[in-house]
Design a protein around this ligand. Structure first.
Ligand code: 5GP
Length: 197
């Protein structure tokens, strides 16, 4: 079991409705040892990918992205959320349904911050249905850049995001993949490293 899986078992809380709450170390209070572990994991996993930009989505991805950007010494961009953003001359806009907030969001990045020269590593805290990841991919595509990898702290393995992204050919690395969880018994089951594709 790796450091993040251990942390989820000790400090994560399974909520009714398919939500894993990790506020005490990732989403509200930030545990720097866990953050460093996640950033180190991605740095090693994508060391040969020629990353020149890290892209995430506000808010929870920003902490992971900044630590990773520091290690890789590349700029970090975070997509902003808005209920009303439209495509304009000055920004790229994509759509994502928010699992946790149960609403459609537009996400956008100002045009100068994503370019055709970019080799982008996308990172986020969770991967569930892949809405956020696909919106970020869409923004990079609009700018003419290339997605060279996707790093996720916690993938919820029974939701479709991971399967879709791998089928689409993206290089996806998740630090922990939760295959099942039960809020009644507070059990969390992880996908073993050897069973991953
Ligand atoms: P997706 O866009 O892949 O459907 O969902 C990923 C996004 O939803 C992440 O950015 C994360 O903020 C949020 N999310 C999805 N599932 C969970 C969960 O179980 N716990 C928490 N804390 N956030 C989640």
């Amino acid at each position: 079991m790796n450091f993040l899986e251990e942390k989820i078992l000790t400090d994560g809380v399974v909520k009714e409705g398919n939500v894993l709450k990790v506020d005490s170390f990732l989403n509200h209070r930030i545990d720097m040892a866990v953050m460093r572990g996640i950033a180190d994991h991605f740095m090693r996993a994508f060391s040969d990918a020629g990353v020149n930009k890290v892209l995430t989505i506000e808010a929870s991805g920003i902490a992971i992205a900044t630590l990773l950007g520091h290690l890789l010494d590349v700029p970090v961009v975070f997509a902003k959320k808005s209920e009303t953003a439209n495509c304009t001359d000055d920004k790229y806009v994509a759509q994502a349904y928010s699992f946790t907030h149960r609403r459609h969001n537009s996400v956008f990045v100002s045009r100068p911050y994503l370019t055709a020269d970019d080799r982008v590593l996308i990172v986020d805290d969770f991967l569930a249905d892949g809405q956020a990841a696909h919106a970020l991919i869409d923004l990079v595509r609009q700018a003419g850049g290339q997605v060279v990898g996707i790093g996720i702290a916690i993938e919820k393995g029974w939701q479709q995001g991971g399967r879709l992204l791998r089928q689409e050919g993206y290089r996806l690395e998740s630090v922990a993949i939760v295959d099942a969880m039960d809020w009644r018994t507070q059990t969390v089951t992880f996908r073993p490293r050897e069973s991953r594709d």
